[in-house]
Write a protein that binds this ligand. Sequence first.
Ligand code: ADP
Length: 354
Amino acid sequence: MKVFKKIGVLTSGGDAPGMNAAVRAVVRAALSNGVEVVGIYRGYSGLIDGDIKALDIRDVSNTINKGGTVLYSDRCPELKTPDGLAKAVETCHKFGIDGIVTIGGDGTFRGANALTKAGVPCVGIPGTIDNDITSTDNTIGFDTAMNTTLDLVDKLRDTCESHARCNVVEVMGRGAGDIALNTAIASGSTAVAIPEFDFDEEELFRKIKTSKKLGKRNFIVTVSEGMGSDYAPTLAKKIQAETGVETKFARFAHIVRGGTPTLRDRILATRMGAYAVDRLLQGKSNIVICERHDEIVARDITFALDLDALYKGVVSEGELQGYGADVVEEMKRECRERREKMAALYEIEGRLNL
Ligand code: ADP
């Protein structure tokens, strides 16, 4: 079995609160096993450029509570080229890096997959606020982003109540409606529009008019950014025209990506970071660390990427060649479970939030 003397850790793609807690866990788990750690700065760009520094126990002090990423992040298209990949591998040889823990989203995992195939064992940890990685129930940063979004919606609701207004809020999530759906339920939004389900605007106008007659003064309509950038501002205008309720529009955007990570994100990141190092040192690579039914597990990166592609409709079942029928069935079951979970939340939101 390969003996690991030194491993690297990097954060890549969109940053997320809790990434630092994961970096800290990786550093301390490795050191506790007598393995040296280096921080690779600016994601894969730093790997290509050799932007690398040894990390000791104290270097990650006072970071578990910080948002953003102390290792910085970057998009690095160069890693997708054979030349860029060769440079990254060369850096690993030069610095004596035996393996890397990469923290990021699905793009980051593609990079980890390419590096593992090129001879540098990698393990991925899901860090993104969007929760759009199908193989894990929760990603690091999702809980914090939901709580930050909720706090902002609560504030808007106060002023909507004072002025008898409606506010359409567009929240982050890329193609996934998870942040929007969960915060809509928790904030008591009148309706939520997410790309996973058809949205009935006429029904919303009726709901607002009926509730207004019954004395309701504040209305929040939550829209996921996955509906398209024109959708929410246009909906705000339509609501005002159709219901006569003064309607404002707010886009939270990146404001919900920063900030202090919640307890849940810190714990998830710590569990995943420790697990990632254990697996890597046991000789496992090309895996992504996931949370399934509250357990931390390791899943093959290629499997995780294909499962994700199936869920998002990027590939069809017929295109999943190379997997046995039982594995394809398992993938379909997981996709179904995830959809059913969202459908149940969507139904509750529509029925109870009036
Ligand atoms: P995220 O990890 O949040 O999904 P990106 O999609 O921007 O963010 O991916 C982060 C980085 O991962 C990219 O900038 C690139 O360096 C690397 N990457 C993405 N796709 C590939 C790929 N197919 N091959 C190699 N590296 C990739």
